[in-house]
Design a protein around this ligand. Structure first.
Ligand code: CTP
Length: 428
C-alpha cells in the first residue's frame, strides 16, 4: 500500500471560520503533545465533494483521551470519556460536537517508537474502515496542516464516483456496511466498483443480513429512507435482493416507484398551505414501500420490527386507503369531508394525495378550515331550555356541528336556535 499525500490546505481554509479555528487549535495542541492528529471519515469525503458535513471525527496517533482532555481545557466544553473504546466526545458551548478516537494501542505495542509504524497506525485505522471514499484523512498538525493522506485511492474513487470496499471480509465484520454502501451510492449517484459489487452479492447470498438484529435492520432501512434520495435507495435494495430480508411480503415495482416520486410533489404542495405539522417524511416512503401488504402481513411487519403505535397505525392505514379515497371523492358536503378525514394523521392524508392528487382541494379545505370549526353551544344550553340530560344531547350537539360545518349557521345565536328547533322537532 502506497501512501499518497496532497496539500489541500487551500480547500480546508474555505470551511467556516469557527471549525477552521478549532482545527488550528487542535493542530497546535497535537504539535505540543507530539501526536499526529487527523480529521477522518465523512467530513473529509464531503469536503472533497464540496459538501458540508458537521460530523467531526478526529483520530489521534497517541493518547486520544489525554488529547481530548487537554483540548477541552482550552475550549471549555463538556467532555464525555469512553475508556473502553479509547474515545471521547467533546461538546462545545454552541452545541458543536467533536469525536476524538485513539488509533488502537495494540498497533503500537512494542514498536511504538518506530516512525514507520506510527504512520502505519493511521494507515491501519483507515484500513479498518468501510470504503475507500471514507478512508481518507487530513492531517491537522501545524507543520502538515491540510495534508490529505490517502492510502487506498480514495481521492480518485471520489472523483470517479466509485464505491470500493477496502477488504474482502469487511461485510462479514459488519453487515450494516451493505446499507451504508447503498446509501452512499444513492446519495452521491456513485457506482460500485465491480469487485465490491461481487462482494455485496456474495455476502447477501450468504445471508449476512440475517446476522443483524431486527432493530438494527430497521434502523438501517430508516437511515436510507431519511437520506437524500430514498427512492434510489429502495431501488438499490431491490437490485441487490435485500428487500426480502426486510420482509418477504414487500413488492417493489414501477408503479410503486412512480407513487414514491409523488411524495416530493405532495410535500411541496403542503408547504404552500403555510400550516405547520410535525411528521417524518421517511414514514411516507415506508408507507409506499409496504403498500399492498395485507392485514396479517402488516401486523407481522410491525411486530418483527417492534414499531411504535403511531408508526404501526400509519402502516395499517394503507389498508383503508382505497375505501377512504373513493368515499372522499364522492363527498360533497363539508360535513361529509370532515367526518371522513377526522382522526387521520397528516401522513395518512398526504398518502391519499400521493395516490390521487385530485383530492387536494378537499384535503386543503379540511386542513385549513374544517378541522378548526367548533360549536359554542353545549349541554348547558339544552339544560337551560328545560331538558334533563339524556343520550339525545350528544345527537343534538352533533347536528349543530354538522350544520355549522356546512355553513348553515355561523354564530352562537344561530347555533342556539338550531339546537332548540332540532330538539323540538325530535319531540324529546
Ligand atoms: N465507518 C465504517 N464502518 C461503519 C461505520 C463507520 O468504516 N459501519 C467509518 C467510516 O470511515 C465513516 C466513519 O466511520 O466515514 C464515520 O462514520 P459515520 O459518522 O457513521 O458515517 P459518515 O461516513 O460520516 O456518513 P454519514 O454522512 O451518513 O453520516
Amino acid at each position: 500500500v502506497q501512501e499518497k499525500r496532497y496539500d489541500i490546505s487551500d480547500r480546508l481554509k474555505l470551511i467556516d471560520q469557527q471549525t477552521l479555528q478549532l482545527f488550528k487549535k487542535a493542530g497546535a495542541l497535537a504539535e505540543e503533545l507530539e501526536y499526529n492528529l487527523y480529521i477522518v471519515g465523512g467530513f473529509v469525503r464531503d469536503l472533497l465533494l464540496g459538501k458540508a458535513n458537521l460530523d467531526l471525527d478526529l483520530v489521534v496517533e497517541g493518547d486520544g483521551i489525554e488529547f481530548a482532555r487537554r483540548l477541552n481545557k482550552e475550549l471549555k466544553g463538556e467532555l464525555d470519556i469512553y475508556h473502553e473504546f479509547g474515545t471521547a466526545v467533546l461538546t462545545l458551548e454552541d452545541g458543536m460536537k467533536l469525536d476524538v478516537a485513539t488509533t488502537r494501542v495494540e498497533y503500537y505495542s512494542g514498536i511504538a517508537s518506530l516512525p514507520e509504524v506510527e504512520l502505519g497506525c493511521i494507515q491501519q485505522d483507515l484500513f479498518r474502515r468501510d470504503f475507500s471514499i471514507n478512508a481518507l484523512a487530513i492531517q491537522l498538525n501545524g507543520h502538515s496542516f491540510g495534508q490529505l493522506v490517502d492510502y487506498f485511492n480514495g481521492r480518485e474513487d471520489l472523483e470517479q464516483g466509485v464505491i470500493r470496499l477496502l477488504h474482502n471480509f469487511s461485510l462479514y465484520d459488519d453487515p450494516t456496511r451493505i446499507f451504508r454502501g447503498l446509501r452512499f451510492a444513492s446519495r452521491y449517484g456513485f457506482k460500485f466498483e465491480p469487485r465490491t459489487k461481487e462482494l455485496i452479492k456474495q455476502a447477501v447470498d450468504l445471508d449476512v443480513i440475517e446476522k443483524l438484529s431486527n432493530n438494527r435492520l430497521f434502523s438501517k432501512l430508516q437511515l436510507g429512507l431519511q437520506d437524500k434520495y430514498p427512492i434510489k435507495f429502495i431501488n438499490l435494495l431491490q437490485e441487490e435482493n435485500i428487500l426480502s430480508y426486510i420482509s418477504p411480503d414487500i413488492r417493489w415495482n414501477e408503479e410503486k416507484e412512480k407513487l414514491a416520486t409523488k411524495v416530493v410533489d405532495v410535500l411541496e404542495w403542503l408547504k404552500t398551505l403555510n400550516l405547520s405539522f410535525k411528521f417524518n417524511e421517511w414514514v411516507l416512503y415506508l408507507m409506499v414501500l409496504i403498500w399492498g401488504m395485507n392485514h396479517e402481513q402488516i401486523k407481522e411487519f410491525n411486530q418483527k420490527f417492534n414499531l411504535n403505535k403511531n408508526l404501526s397505525y400509519r402502516l395499517f392505514f394503507t389498508l383503508s386507503f382505497d375505501s377512504l379515497s373513493s368515499r372522499l371523492k364522492a363527498a360533497e358536503d363539508n360535513s361529509e369531508i370532515y367526518y371522513l378525514l377526522e382522526g387521520f394523521a397528516i401522513e395518512d392524508l398526504l398518502l391519499l394525495l400521493i395516490k390521487d392528487f385530485t383530492l387536494k382541494d378537499k384535503v386543503k379545505l379540511y386542513l385549513e378550515e374544517l378541522r378548526w370549526i367548533d360549536i359554542k353551544v353545549s349541554g348547558e344550553d339544552i339544560i337551560d331550555f328545560g331538558y334533563k340530560p339524556g343520550p339525545f344531547f350528544q345527537d343534538a350537539l352533533q347536528a349543530v356541528k354538522k350544520a355549522k360545518l356546512d355553513g348553515k349557521i355561523v354564530n352562537y345565536q344561530q347555533e342556539q336556535r338550531y339546537l332548540r328547533d332540532y330538539i323540538e322537532k325530535r319531540g324529546e
